[in-house]
Design a protein around this ligand. Structure first.
Ligand code: SF4
Length: 218
């Protein structure tokens, strides 16, 4: 398991690879960002960005959702995975936000999870981006990378989330969310990690297991 100083070195190197990147999802308003994050579950950001322009042309704020029927929303998001459920949840989120929160996304981890479909990962991503809150949204990439490197030893993203919450300090949680997601998406790729050019290779448990050398010899 990694020491605090090793974790600090690893996260600094990963952050250095992706400076100044906030999110790859397109949006203009806070509510549009919430919609984009909900739609991005098990769908690429690229696909979400192709899907949202027609919806966002009609929906800027939560109260705008009431001007559309659920069937219209379903049609507009039909190119993303699980679109029927997602349409229902973004439609209901608009209704609840407009009715209970004056259209403002709650800046509070517990309260935001009262919105439909908003679990701990979505809540943390939304709060980190919209309010610069010190949270790491643990998606499948972050879960895999943290286990691969050896910062955690967990079986589920939920377990990883709990351990990261304890192990990372405030500054680390404030800055590392997006670099970690991008590192998992584009560098430490599940099927073919770019170990040969990896700045943290010497500290990575994947390398310690000899897997890099094994792959080289294939
Ligand atoms: S050394 Fe390879 S497996 Fe380890 S973090 Fe880097 S890319 Fe991922």
């Amino acid at each position: 398991m990694k020491t605090k100083s090793q974790i600090s070195h690893i996260l600094t190197e990963i952050a250095r690879m992706y400076p100044d990147i906030r999110t790859e999802l397109d949006y203009e308003t806070a509510f549009q960002f919430l919609i984009a994050v909900i739609l991005s579950a098990q769908t690429t950001d690229k696909q979400v960005n192709k899907t949202t322009p027609s919806l966002f042309a009609r929906v800027r704020e939560a109260e705008d959702m009431a001007k559309l029927s659920l069937a219209e929303v379903e049609k507009m998001v039909s190119t993303v995975n699980f679109y029927k459920n997602k349409a229902k949840f973004i439609w209901k989120s608009g209704e609840k936000l407009a009715r209970d929160f004056g259209g403002i996304i709650p800046n509070d981890l517990q309260t935001i999870q009262s919105l439909p479909w908003v679990g701990i990962k979505t809540a943390k991503v939304v709060l980190a981006v919209l309010y610069d809150a010190p949270y790491v949204g643990v998606d499948t990439h972050v879960h895999r990378v943290m286990n691969c490197i050896g910062i955690v030893r967990t079986k589920t993203p939920e377990e990883t989330d709990k351990i990261i919450e304890k192990k990372l300090n405030y500054e680390q949680k404030l800055t590392i969310h997006h670099p970690l997601v991008l590192f998992g998406r584009y560098h430490c790729i599940a099927r073919k990690p770019k170990c040969e050019s990896c700045p943290i290779r010497e500290m990575c448990d994947y390398d310690l297991k000899g897997l890099i050398s094994e792959r080289k010899s294939i």
